[in-house]
Design a binder for this molecule. Structure first.
Ligand SMILES: *Cc1c(COP(=O)(O)O)cnc(C)c1O
Length: 399
């Protein structure tokens, strides 16, 4: 018998291509898009049953849409989660998670080097409603433990970190969360399930910005939360009621993006490792931050918990900010942008962009020096990427 929807025996590469699509009566081969806001019923009684939740089925695309469900089922399968809820963005995935699970007076413990908007969301907005967040060094387990209080309900980490590629021990964090009756949420944006599966390591929730590698081609903004049925039912309730839902068109883009996820992530990792080694040997580069390099402090842990090292790396150039800006401005091909997770290589100066709103002291604590440059390595030719960076780096040596 042909089961197009799912088989537990399929490996990740197969799930990414085939899981989640429930073929319609049209017998389409490729996943269809359902750009409709609502659905109709055969009778008043059927409408009543569906509205009342007594019968499952499509009602309204804020919370039930077949294209969005295909993406949700596929991503849940890849992450090894029972259920996935798609959201309008990565930020709304984090928003929906916290709204679903926490109340005023609860506390979050989070890693210090988080995506900038996540910090704003935690401090400015959740803070306003009495949910407070403490930040700790990502790889320092004792610091996590010390920050936990009886009010702590959620541990939240991004691993590896951006842009210094620090790695958290997900298994150890999960044990810590369980001992303290808290949830562990991992933002898996940088590695994706192709390279890291936090649920298998004990995480309760996986958060995604689908905007990045799940699409992988910079076409759409979206997000997702993956985890167990009961927890995800709460997240679903928030999305249903508060409305940060994924559009069917974006869900279709992400679903098709997932089909090439494994292949792309493998290629991204190879590109990044080659570039990191090349940068490491360049005399105008004083330090490279990439967990794929053997002298990275968490290289061993990264190797154990990840199936690859990802494609975001940081490097420090000589002459501080002036040197960093010169290297960035000398590029002709790389995209100068804060975005990442694209087949196009992007280059950023974190101290004046992604981390520009931090105070000098906060920046120093996060290890964001003036000479630091971040590259999210894409899939152009390695030679062309190196040529583009060498122009500025070589010029620095000439003074
Ligand atoms: C981009 C990003 C987000 C936010 O996602 P959006 O889709 O831009 O809302 C969250 N976490 C990480 C690690 C990100 O890189």
């Amino acid at each position: 018998m042909h089961d197009d929807n799912y088989s537990d025996e399929w490996s990740l590469e197969t799930l990414a291509i085939r899981a989640g699509h429930e073929r319609t009566f049209e017998q389409e081969h490729s996943e269809p898009i359902f750009p409709t806001s609502s659905f109709v019923y055969g009778s008043a009684a059927e409408a009543a049953r569906k509205f009342g939740g007594k019968e499952s089925g499509n009602v309204y695309s804020r919370f039930t849409n077949p294209t969005v469900h295909t993406f949700e089922r596929r991503l849940a399968a890849l992450e090894g989660g029972e259920r996935c809820v798609a959201t309008s963005s990565g930020m709304s995935a984090i928003l929906a998670t916290v709204l679903a699970l926490l109340s005023a007076g609860d506390e979050i413990v989070a890693s210090r080097s988080l995506f900038g908007s996540t910090v704003s969301l935690f401090d400015k907005y959740f803070g306003k409603f009495g949910i407070t967040t403490r930040y700790v060094e990502l790889s320092d387990l004792d610091a996590w433990e010390a920050a936990i209080t009886p009010k702590t309900r959620l541990l939240f980490a991004e691993t590896p970190s951006n842009p210094l590629s620090e790695v958290a021990d997900i298994k150890a964090l999960s044990a810590l969360a369980k001992r303290n009756d808290a949830w562990l949420a991992i933002d898996n944006c940088f590695l994706t399930p192709a390279l890291q599966q936090p649920i298998a390591l004990g995480a309760d929730l996986v958060i995604h910005s689908a905007t990045k590698y799940l699409d992988g081609q910079g076409r759409a903004v979206g997000g997702a939360v993956v985890g167990k049925h009961d927890v995800l039912e709460e997240v679903f309730g928030v999305v249903r009621t508060c409305g940060p839902c994924m559009s069917p068109f974006n869900a279709w883009i992400f679903t098709k993006g997932l089909e090439t996820l494994s292949l792309r992530m493998k290629a991204h990792c190879e590109q990044a490792l080659t570039l990191a080694q090349w940068l490491d040997a360049h005399p105008a580069v004083s330090k490279v931050y990439y967990s794929g390099l053997v002298d990275h402090p968490q290289h061993g842990l990264a190797k154990q918990q990840q199936d690859g090292f990802g494609a975001v790396l940081g490097f420090e150039v000589i002459f501080g900010q002036e040197g960093a800006w010169q290297v960035i401005d000398a590029t002709r091909m790389l995209s100068i942008t804060g975005n990442l997770g694209d087949v196009k290589t992007t280059i950023t100066h974190p101290a004046t962009t992604t981390h520009g709103r931090l105070s000098d002291a906060q920046r120093a604590a996060a290890g964001i020096t003036p000479g630091l440059v971040r590259v999210a390595v894409g899939l152009e030719s390695q030679r062309d990427i190196q040529t583009d960076l060498a122009r500025g780096l070589d010029a620095l040596l000439k003074g």
